[in-house]
Design a protein. Structure first.
Length: 397
């Protein structure tokens, strides 16, 4: 396909609409709530709970990206469905911190309504001829079963609630993953520009949440009067911001290349499902983990040794982010599994793991500095050998 024809096709593809941006604002709040839940319960049990609700929040958002992608730009059914879904997901976010306590039924019932609204939007797309009815019926079964388990789980205490909710997430995720994978291939035509833009915007939302977390932690929000900005506190906040910028660079330096790969892919629906719907979940999780670690860093004394749990999420979050983004690029054919870029990220993840394992007596400020240097080295190594930003993503077929 010529550059002109590719540009013309991209130009007529739908882009993000104002109602989708409104929808995203509520999910920005939901991500903040997940971060708050984890920071207040930084234990293995708390980590499991945060990861479970994050998987639910992510799946609701991602499901609507697919359904809206199958609709015409600015179509009335999108607005009619997204606006009430926005209200319900807002209640989901409000109840999220206590989803494993007294507000579980509210969380589960509102979430189930959102997922059923998503199915309704897909049914309308099928009626218009822009989505496959057989594929919709296939994963609708797993959605309904998953939502029944979710609501049922909200009515019982832990550990039964956690077990039923884990089963609900597994079944809901498994629907498109393998139960209906062959039918998924023919689900719809993927509007690539809209699709890539939507997931990029969600990454921006999460990165923005990490900046807000650092700022709130540095100023002592929620802990009485504002703190004095000492030199060590400013340095810790600046290093946290530098890591956030590095994570942004690592993702967006190659975003045009990955979008092009999806556009040229021989199996775009399955590639999009694997790369975006599934592999972007650990990308998002990595950002949230780092945000919690950075918040704990600036909320305490940056010159003191960072507690093991805070060091784990700070270092582990960046490592998970780098590896998940690498897996995403490998899936879309942007990076070979063991090329120079892949080896660089694997080495960076190993260094971050070692920093967690052996950095028990190291000041938090030093830990943040090492993480920032490792991320800067990854970004620099991926940029300079190829002669410029983003050039590393161009490979001959």
């Amino acid at each position: 396909m010529s550059a002109t024809s590719e540009g013309e096709r991209a130009e007529i593809e739908p882009r993000t609409t104002p109602v989708e941006l409104l929808w995203d604002l509520v999910f920005a709040f939901a991500i903040t709530q997940v971060s708050t839940l984890l920071s207040e319960r930084l234990t293995w049990a708390g980590f499991g709970q945060a990861l479970l609700v994050l998987a639910l929040v992510w799946w609701a958002w991602s499901a609507f990206v697919w359904a809206v992608n199958a609709q015409l730009t600015g179509s009335q059914p999108v607005k009619v469905t997204l606006l009430p879904a926005t209200g319900f997901i807002f209640v989901v976010a409000l109840s999220l911190p206590h989803a494993f306590a007294s507000e579980g039924p509210l969380f589960a019932s509102c979430y189930a309504v959102v997922r059923l609204l998503h199915l309704g939007l897909y049914v309308d797309a099928s009626r218009r001829g822009s989505a496959s009815w057989s594929a919709i019926v296939g994963f609708a079964v797993t959605v309904i079963v998953g939502m029944v388990l979710l609501v049922a789980g909200s009515l019982v205490p832990d550990p039964a609630r956690a077990i039923l909710w884990t089963a609900a997430v597994a079944i809901d995720y498994a629907g498109p993953a393998w139960l209906t994978r062959e039918r998924l291939r023919g689900l719809q035509q993927v509007a690539v520009a809209h699709f890539a833009e939507r997931y990029s915007l969600f990454v921006i939302i999460c990165l923005g949440e990490s900046i807000v977390s650092v700022g709130a932690g540095a100023l002592g929000s929620g802990h009485g009067a504002s703190r004095t900005l000492s030199a060590s506190l400013v340095a810790a906040a600046a290093l946290s911001l530098a890591v956030t910028i590095g994570m942004w660079w690592a993702y967006f330096a190659s975003s045009e290349g990955t979008e092009r790969r999806l556009r040229e892919h021989h199996d775009p629906v399955l590639a999009a499902a694997d790369g975006y719907s599934y592999l972007h979940l650990p990308i998002v999780a990595g950002i949230i983990l780092f945000a919690v670690g950075a918040k704990l860093l600036v909320r305490g004394d940056p010159t003191a040794a960072l507690p093991g749990s805070a060091r784990l999420v700070l270092c582990g979050g960046v490592a998970v982010y780098l590896l998940a983004h690498l897996a995403f690029q490998v899936r879309l054919g942007e990076v070979q599994a063991l090329d120079l870029r892949a080896r660089g990220r694997l080495l960076a993840a190993a260094v971050l793991a070692a920093l967690y394992a052996f950095g028990g007596g190291v000041a938090g400020l030093v830990v943040a500095a090492v993480v920032a240097v490792v991320l800067a080295a990854v970004c620099g190594a991926e940029m300079w050998p190829t002669g410029g930003l983003g050039a590393a993503t161009v490979r001959a077929d």
